[in-house]
Design a protein around this ligand. Structure first.
Ligand SMILES: Nc1ncnc2c1ncn2[C@@H]1O[C@H](COP(=O)(O)OP(=O)(O)OP(=O)(O)O)[C@@H](O)[C@H]1O
Ligand SMILES: [Mg+2]
Length: 404
């Protein structure tokens, strides 16, 4: 739809009316990403630090679309089956390998994908680092071919970020009109039948969250200033993510919760699964960051995962020793960052092999967030568990060295 074409030219319009520059800011919050991104597109994708999922995996998405002969819901790029295959990985009849994006129970992905084909929105819930954002991005990329219709939820997210804002230069010069309106990502998704994303829904103040009730139940976004409305066209749906730990900050109202199907993303079930996720993501990140290649350090990855899991769960892997849990979230995502940091150290300052010494400082930083309480917990763990563990002496020494 072209109704909202003006959003992209909005900053130019603001410049044309310098008198209104001071008020242009509010409109900017909802409308600028498309303009900012345009510059990069002409320069080529190679320089983008983190391309969108639909760009990174454009080849896989195209191969899936070509191989996919199952029915597709209105405006979906792929059938639900192909979207699930994109997320979980698989091999197509022509031999194309689809890499797994999400490692976890197949049923979770199937339920999430099917929800998007119904009139209910999808809420991805889970503790930090369980790939909520990651899954939401890949779902939007596979379903709509565009993962960028995104509202980031914060305590300061205003209603305009979910509804629409105004280009004040236009508004003052010509009065309220569709041209002066700056649509939010949600409004654009409704108009175009796309997938909108709301990150960290429960951080958004409750009254602002409730803006979504009409959108999700009536599928309409009223524009009282124009006596108009935007009706969602088929293909529109919304994926929200929320953190378990933030529950209670801004509880979802029950009215809003009823509009969502909730899918809980679990922590990886086994250490092997978690090691696999970390190894896979570290490999991808290393490539995109151009890190010199370091032979895969499975041993070190397994150790980080073991340490994080044990401290998180408050008990050693063999179930024999109870442990205290530190305050930090020792998530899979945190393990990925620690290993990536370790690889960079090994590549630039080490001997090119990932060793305990490259990992120790990163692990310490992740575990000891509260300098007093966490330090005690860490020392107890080091002395009672790490020190006694067969084959972990190098790790113990490296940790002692940085923990002193
Ligand atoms: N089960 C999993 N399969 C694949 N990747 C995973 C899995 N769990 C975690 N990850 C990886 O962890 C990283 C962080 O995930 P993400 O940022 O989506 O977490 P989140 O649940 O949104 O966390 P937060 O609550 O902090 O926002 C991503 O790089 C993702 O690839
Ligand atoms: Mg997230």
């Amino acid at each position: 739809m072209t109704v909202f074409g003006t959003a992209k030219t909005m900053p130019g319009a603001a410049k044309a009316a310098p008198g209104a520059a001071g008020t242009g800011e509010a409109a900017d919050t909802a409308g600028t990403p498309a303009t900012v991104g345009a510059a990069h597109e002409t320069e080529g994708r190679a320089e983008v630090l983190r391309p969108h999922a639909e760009d990174t995996f454009a080849d896989e998405l195209a191969a899936l679309a070509a191989a996919d002969d199952r029915p597709r819901p209105a405006r979906w790029r792929l059938s639900p089956w192909a979207v699930a295959t994109y997320l979980l990985g698989g091999t197509l009849p022509d031999g194309t390998v689809i890499t797994p994006k999400y490692v976890g129970p197949r049923r979770i992905v199937e339920v999430a994908v099917t929800t998007l084909a119904t009139d209910r929105a999808l809420l991805l819930l889970g503790v930090p680092g369980t790939a909520k954002t990651w899954v939401s991005e890949h779902l939007a990329a596979a379903v709509s071919g565009d993962s960028t219709l995104l509202v980031q939820g914060t305590a300061g997210t205003p209603e305009e970020a979910i509804r629409y804002g105004w280009n004040y230069a236009q508004l003052l010069a010509h009065g309220p009109s569709r041209d002066a309106l700056v649509p939010s990502p949600v409004m654009r998704a409704m108009a175009d039948g796309m997938t909108a994303r709301v990150e960290e829904l429960t951080r958004i103040p409750a009254d602002v969250q409730d803006t979504l009730i009409t959108v999700l139940s009536e599928k309409v976004l009223p524009i009282p200033e124009l006596g108009d409305e935007v009706q969602a066209v088929r293909g529109f749906n919304l994926i929200a993510t929320a953190n378990d730990r933030d529950r209670g900050v801004n509880e979802l109202s029950s009215a809003l919760r009823r509009r969502f199907n909730t899918v809980i993303l679990p922590l990886p079930a086994t250490p092997e699964a978690e090691v696999d996720i970390v190894a896979r993501r570290v490999d991808q990140l290393g490539t995109s960051l151009d890190l010199p290649s370091v032979p895969e350090g499975r041993t070190e990855i397994r150790r980080v995962v073991t340490v994080f899991r044990e401290l998180r769960e408050g008990v050693t892997g063999d179930g024999r020793t109870k442990l205290k849990s530190p305050s930090g979230t020792l998530s899979t995502a945190e393990a990925i960052s620690v290993v990536t940091g370790g690889l960079a150290l090994a590549a630039h300052f080490g001997d090119g092999v990932l060793r305990a010494g490259d990992m120790a400082a990163g692990i310490l930083g992740a575990v000891v967030r509260d300098p007093a309480a966490d330090r005690v917990i860490w020392h107890e763990y080091l002395e009672a568990v790490v020190r006694e563990r067969d084959g972990w002496q190098d790790f113990y020494r490296a940790c002692r060295e940085v923990s002193a």
